[in-house]
Design a protein around this ligand. Structure first.
Ligand SMILES: Cc1ncc(C[n+]2csc(CCOP(=O)(O)OP(=O)(O)O)c2C)c(N)n1
Ligand SMILES: [Mg+2]
Length: 794
């Protein structure tokens, strides 16, 4: 009991608030589509039926069950209902509801970054928000097991409000497997079982399969099939016949009758079971309207049933609630198979208005048309446990870096250097080392995280010794599990990696404890987790993603393992700063910078010439390789490290006689340098530009152009500054072990003629030299292209 309300009163209040949520969400969509001026002719959209389907579930959760420490992923297309609830709680403005789906308005799908009300997890791409809750729970356990975590925070439940068709997404099952391995707990999935998707009605008997799947992974399954009204009717004489009929009724028939209403229900029921004595009387005792309400009173839309069910959960086992609902419940859209994007007509919304007792001009009034007194409703809302005055967005102090790690300058690959840098960090007792959490989808050892794991161990809530070690079987890996462990080992599913990085990368905000997550993956398989990576970035999670090995430089591995487009993904992915360093000292500088960048959260616009995100910060992606190359004998200084972070520097600066600049990114440094050597006798004609981040150079260029258009005449990007040193008549030869478009745009910066070398095709095995020759990115090809610019050629 809360706020002094007796439990029957509470159910009555919840029923009223559910009605209000139904009205407000319907009206918000209607207003956006039919009342607000929409001048461009593109439909605004919104999902009235999907919102109505969840109105009761959302209301009972937010107004009675949720506690401030709980975190929720709301079914994306129930966004209007979510915003309506926030509005009733005083956390959303009328103005934002009026501009729903408009510029600066409440978002189409709940958004952590764009909405101003209390969104815990963004949703939109179905299935991802669902699985995210499982990884958030795992991270909550991880953080709470650490000695440095604050002990005064309460443990929350990670709750997903799931559309039944979302369960078609494979990533949901990938996460179930992973959750089982890690002893998942404190996770609730409330499934809006309206048996409809976008296109139609779901297959008969699907719930049995769903139940079986959850049970197989040791989840608790709770079915909310009948509402309180129905259960009462079942207890009447003849009620068992009615129940049997409901149980046997196919999904599509139930939906169709729901749409057609009370008279149709009566005709059908009388036809099929009406001559069976007491059940006839049971039906006769009810008017058409009452019969329609009875048949619509499924468990997932009955406040009393929902409340009792949620409150009866006493343990922390992961729990799936299969809540039977009606898509479009309470509206004229109810049950129609085409109702997903369907909206009420003007006449229909007037019908709903009449049902809801809403006077014209009072559509946005919070308590208009409700039977309870506004004061009673205000008192109730103020007493809602979830409705805290304190922000639910948490923060955590910055973790200081320890500076770039210097390695010896013997030939090495960036992947080997990455392993050594992490190993060096692991040996320190720094705050930085304590806050790093690493993870990998079954490629921990092959991406050089092994030594880190040997020092920092694997995470598990319970200690578990390394059997091989205990049995004295020699192995370079010590795989011992403990709550103190700092590596979360995942199965191969790359989606899970991205979701876990997303959850870990929001730990400061969700759980008040900063983590510095590092995930390693084979570079081509970024594509396998791409939607979840995009999702993590959309939520502004902060992590370091290491794609290694990459490109055709892994030679013998062949086509399916060679990444071509990954550098372009790195450039195009918002929220992710992509680097492809060539040398170990560059990598050390970038990693040191990344730990800082991941923790920035400035609001203001940054130095445009660098990159607008430099103030706000973001995540970082490193594309590495296993191919070892010679290291330049040099000392790191401020100018060099600044160039590395801005995206490039002159390895061999241009002279006034320069006729060509070789521009490379990543491992082709050795070919670029060799090619420049081949043109040795014309030394002063050739310059070499080292690009560490095409992404940041490109973003800086766009930023500076934008800045100048907006009147900042001094705005100048790093690539413009670098190319200002290169004579206009000189040509550029760009080279990358990846798609040539990554660097070809550089020719457009100051109008230098450009030849772009790179990889555009799959599927060759061979030695590195075979493949570089095959794709025309070896030193010979680079030198040949460069020579073509000599004497003003091309
Ligand atoms: C990854 C992805 N694919 C497709 C869509 C488009 N889409 C939005 S909702 C939906 C169907 C949802 O059905 P269900 O989850 O049962 O929700 P309901 O509307 O029935 O409540 C689809 C296909 C999407 N948002 N995300
Ligand atoms: Mg559905």
């Amino acid at each position: 009991m809360h706020g002094g309300a007796r439990s029957t009163d509470r159910v009555a209040l919840l029923d009223e608030l559910t009605r209000k949520v139904l009205w407000l969400s319907s009206w918000t969509i209607h207003n956006a589509n039919h009342i607000r001026q929409n001048i461009d002719g593109v439909k605004v959209g919104g999902h009235q039926a999907s919102s109505a389907s969840m109105a009761a579930i959302l209301s009972v959760l937010y107004f009675a069950i949720l506690r401030p420490e709980d975190r929720v992923a709301v079914k994306p297309h129930a966004s209007p209902a979510f915003h309506a609830i926030q509005y009733l709680l005083g956390k959303q403005t009328r103005e934002k509801l009026e501009t729903f789906r408009g510029y600066g308005g409440a978002q189409s799908y709940p958004s952590r970054t764009k909405d101003t009300d209390d969104v815990d997890f963004s949703t939109g791409s179905v299935g991802l928000g669902v699985a995210f809750t499982a990884f958030a729970s795992l991270i909550q356990d991880y953080v709470r097991a650490k000695p440095w975590a604050r002990t005064d925070r309460l443990e929350g439940r990670m709750i997903a409000l799931v559309g039944d068709a979302e369960l078609d997404e494979g990533n949901v099952y990938e996460c179930l497997l992973e959750g089982w391995k890690h002893g998942l707990r404190n996770t609730w999935w409330v499934i809006d079982y309206n048996r409809q998707s976008l296109d139609g009605v779901v297959r008969e008997g699907l719930y049995e399969r769903i139940e079986a799947v959850f049970r197989a992974f040791n989840w608790n399954v709770v079915t909310l099939k009948y509402g309180a009204l129905q259960r009462r009717a079942f207890a009447e004489p003849g009620g068992d016949r009615l129940k049997a009929w409901i149980d046997a009724c196919p999904n599509d028939v139930y939906s169709a009758l729901m749409f057609r209403g009370g008279a149709a229900w009566r005709a059908r029921l009388e036809d099929e079971i009406g001559d069976q004595g007491p059940v006839t009387a049971l039906l006769k005792r009810r008017s058409d309207a009452e019969l329609a309400s009875l048949m619509a009173n499924l468990g997932g839309r009955c406040s009393k049933t929902l409340l009792e069910t949620f409150e009866s959960v006493a343990d922390d086992r992961p729990t799936a609630f299969i809540a039977y609902t009606v898509k479009g419940w309470g509206t004229p859209l109810a049950g129609h198979k085409d109702n997903h994007a369907g909206q009420m007509t003007g006449t229909q919304i007037e019908q709903l208005r009449a049902q809801m007792d809403v006077r014209p001009g009072h559509e946005w009034d919070r308590f208009e048309g409700l039977a309870s007194k506004p004061a009673a409703l205000e008192t109730f809302l103020a007493s809602v446990p979830f409705n805290t005055k304190v922000s639910r967005r948490l923060t955590s102090p910055r973790v200081e870096g320890i500076g770039p790690i210097a390695l010896d300058q013997t030939p090495t690959s960036t992947q080997t250097a990455f392993g050594k840098i992490l190993d060096t960090i692991a040996k320190t007792d720094s705050d930085l080392a304590a806050r790093i959490v690493t993870t990998s989808p079954d490629v921990t050892v092959s991406t050089n995280l092994g030594t880190w794991v040997n020092r920092r161990h694997l995470f598990a809530r319970r200690e578990q010794a390394d059997v091989f070690h205990a049995e004295r079987i020699p192995s370079a890996q010590k795989w011992q599990f403990s709550p103190a462990g700092q590596h979360i080992e995942l199965g191969i599913a790359e989606m899970n990696l991205m979701l876990l990085l997303g959850a870990a990368g929001l730990s400061h905000s969700l759980f008040g404890e900063r983590l510095l997550p590092i995930g390693t993956i084979y570079d081509p398989f970024i594509a396998r987790g791409l939607d979840a990576l995009n999702y993590a970035c959309y939520q502004d999670a902060r992590f370091l993603l290491v794609g290694t090995p990459s490109g055709v430089s892994l030679a013998g591995e062949g086509g399916a393992h060679q990444s071509i487009g990954a550098p372009l993904i790195g450039m195009a992915q918002d929220g992710l700063a992509a680097f492809e360093p060539a040398f170990a000292d560059e990598l050390a500088v970038v990693i040191d910078w990344a730990f800082d960048y991941m923790q920035r959260d400035g609001e203001a616009r940054a130095d445009l010439a660098a990159w607008p995100r430099d103030v706000s910060g973001g995540s970082v992606y490193l594309r590495l390789t296993t191919r070892a190359i010679e290291q330049p004998p040099r000392k790191m200084d401020g100018a060099l490290s600044d160039g590395i972070i801005r995206g490039g520097y002159w390895l061999r600066p241009p002279t006034p006689q320069c006729e060509v600049a070789i521009v490379y990114q990543g491992v082709l440094a050795s070919e670029a340098i060799e090619a420049a050597g081949k043109l040795g006798s014309d030394g002063n004609k050739v310059a070499v530009l080292a690009v560490t981040s095409a992404d940041r150079l490109n973003a800086g260029w766009h930023g500076a152009q934008r800045g100048r258009r907006q009147g900042d005449r001094a705005a100048m990007s790093h690539i413009e500054t670098l190319l200002a040193q290169l004579p206009r008549h000189a040509g550029l030869v760009t080279a990358i072990d990846g798609h040539p478009a990554t660097l070809s745009w550089i020719g457009g910066v100051r109008g230098h003629r450009t030849i772009s070398l790179g990889v555009e095709h799959f599927g060759q095995t061979g030695t590195v030299q075979d493949l570089y020759r095959h794709f025309g990115i070896d030193a010979v090809a680079i030198a040949t292209a460069a020579r073509s610019f000599f004497g003003g050629g091309r």
